[in-house]
Design a protein around this ligand. Structure first.
Ligand SMILES: [Zn+2]
Ligand SMILES: [Zn+2]
Length: 100
């Protein structure tokens, strides 16, 4: 029986700031600089061929969580990513102020 949900745990080196990130299977963004890569069509599927760097452009507060809005520097696509508990909170706050 194939599993319905495949959790992929990948470690990666952030292409923006060079931090080593331990993946938890749910996020691929860097907790240090909040950048990620455009590799998913749906979260976690790694099905997108773009591979561009996703820059955090906005932060939205949604009830008890933060959503990081990232824009691909290659194709311009916008994606929303839930902030993770390990993310740099000061950067989240700074980003939300920056974007107004
Ligand atoms: Zn980084
Ligand atoms: Zn892209």
């Amino acid at each position: 029986m194939p599993k319905k949900f495949q959790r992929r745990i990948e470690n990666f080196v952030c292409q923006h700031c060079g931090a080593s990130v331990s993946g938890d299977g749910y996020t691929n963004h860097c907790p240090n600089c909040l950048w990620s890569r455009h590799v998913d069509i749906n979260p976690g599927d790694r099905a997108h061929a773009c591979g561009g760097l996703m820059k955090p452009v906005n932060v939205e507060a949604e009830s008890k969580e933060y959503i990081i809005v990232q824009q691909c520097q290659k194709c311009g696509a916008l994606k929303r990513n839930k902030a993770q508990k390990d993310d740099d909170f000061d950067k989240l706050v700074a980003l939300s102020k920056e974007s107004g």
